[in-house]
Design a protein around this ligand. Structure first.
Ligand code: GLY
Length: 401
């Protein structure tokens, strides 16, 4: 959001520059994309002693990571047909406390991991029936969600509309403050010697004799590397150089988000809240994040009256007092949506290329498991069973079936 600057807009001045690849030495790994997943991977790779160069066409963490709500919602968002994704999300949820603690200890930056849980509210009896039906599926996966009657919902959140028909409470779906997370990851990556190069667009991945051997930048210069990690979010498919079958099926899914401000001493809301047509995320500093539209409009960046109206109307139905709050910003992001809405994690048919993309709505939630599993894979420690179901080969298998 405009009021906040990105943590790194120039090449970083790392205090441990000696750990970077020397100018005449190729890095072991080039990571394309400095979002939270790419940064996490680079950090974990440096911990394994690999030299890493990280390239991003914009500022560090300035794309979807900067706009994300930061909901760690493996349970509330569980959908039929996404059982493997729920398992991955639950695994990531379990990793979050240690990931946040390690990051905070390494950087001194608090990442705002909160633990009030999430309320999914039903404004009407129809919506209550839908939530209760969905609850049976969630319970079949062993997820903990509890139905709360209206009186209990209002006891927990007194500013919610008196007419609500109840809510599902998800006690294990929490939130993290995404901009602090970006700041912390950028700081730790620089501190451990990642060669961070923002505003450095990759024109293409260089493939020699069927193997990825590095990247070519927009200015024509090349960086050779043993492994290229493609973590460019919604832009991952657009990078040239790969054979068509190796280009990940990822497209941008536009989301408009509004930031309002509450009195931090008397916030209107404490839980993350889902309602039909919107979600609300209360931050420690008093900001109330209201998101998000889901639009198939390519890389369109317009803030539209319709988008803002639909979010405010949906939020006002459940939290009428929102009408008093100042709007401090509006912002647009592009989720990297894959063909089945699940991430693409793992090796490619092009040796030397590794995918870490397609995280769709779950990039923040899945950042810790993505970082660990991809770093393990690149370092030759094998495929983490947690990501085994999320390889690129699943799309070829479906096409052949
Ligand atoms: N994860 C929230 C969103 O995609 O809008």
């Amino acid at each position: 959001m405009a009021a906040e600057s990105h943590p790194y807009s120039e090449s970083t001045q790392s205090e441990s520059a000696s750990a970077r690849p020397a100018p005449d030495r190729a890095p072991d790994v080039v990571v394309i994309g400095a979002g939270v997943c790419g940064l996490g991977i680079a950090w974990r790779l440096r911990q394994r002693g690999l030299a890493v160069t990280m390239l991003d066409k914009g500022a560090v963490g300035a794309a979807a990571s900067w706009v994300a709500g930061g909901m760690l919602a493996a349970c509330a968002e569980a959908e039929p047909g996404e059982e493997e994704l729920v398992r991955l999300g639950r695994h990531a949820q379990a990793m979050w406390p240690a990931f946040a603690a390690e990051l905070e200890a390494a950087t001194g930056v608090a990442v705002g991991l909160r633990s009030e849980g999430t309320l999914v509210v039903a404004p009407t009896a129809d919506e209550r029936a839908r939530l209760l039906h969905h609850h049976a599926f969630q319970k079949s996966l062993g997820l903990t969600l509890d139905w709360l009657p209206p009186s209990e919902v209002r006891r927990r959140e007194p500013h919610l509309a008196a007419s609500l028909a109840g809510a599902m409470f998800s006690p294990e779906d929490h939130q993290v403050e995404t901009r602090s997370l970006v700041t912390a990851l950028a700081r730790v990556a620089a501190a451990v010697g990642v060669d961070l190069r923002p505003h450095t667009a990759v024109a293409r991945i260089v493939v020699d004799n069927g193997r990825a051997t590095g990247v070519e930048l927009a200015d024509g210069s090349r960086i050779a590397a043993g492994t290229v990690v493609l973590a460019a979010g919604a832009w991952s498919r657009g990078i040239e150089g790969l054979p068509p079958a190796a280009r990940p099926p990822v497209r941008p899914i536009k989301g408009q988000v509004i930031a309002l401000t509450m009195d931090p001493a008397a916030p209107l809301l404490r839980h993350v809240l889902w309602a039909p047509g919107c979600y609300l995320v209360p931050r420690n500093d008093g900001q109330l994040i209201l998101g998000a539209t889901v639009e198939e409009k390519g890389f369109d960046t317009a803030i539209t009256a319709g988008g803002i109206f639909s979010l405010l109307e949906a939020a006002w139905r459940v939290l009428p007092a929102i009408e008093e709050l100042p709007i401090v910003d509006t912002v647009v992001g592009h989720r990297p949506g894959s063909r089945d809405d699940a991430p693409i994690l793992g090796v490619s048919e092009v040796p030397g290329l590794v995918y870490a993309t397609g995280h769709h709505r779950n990039g923040i939630l899945l950042a810790p498991v993505t970082a660990d599993a991809i770093a393990r894979l690149v370092a030759g420690e094998g495929t983490d069973p947690a990501i085994a179901a999320f390889g690129m080969e699943r799309f070829a298998a479906k096409a052949a079936a």
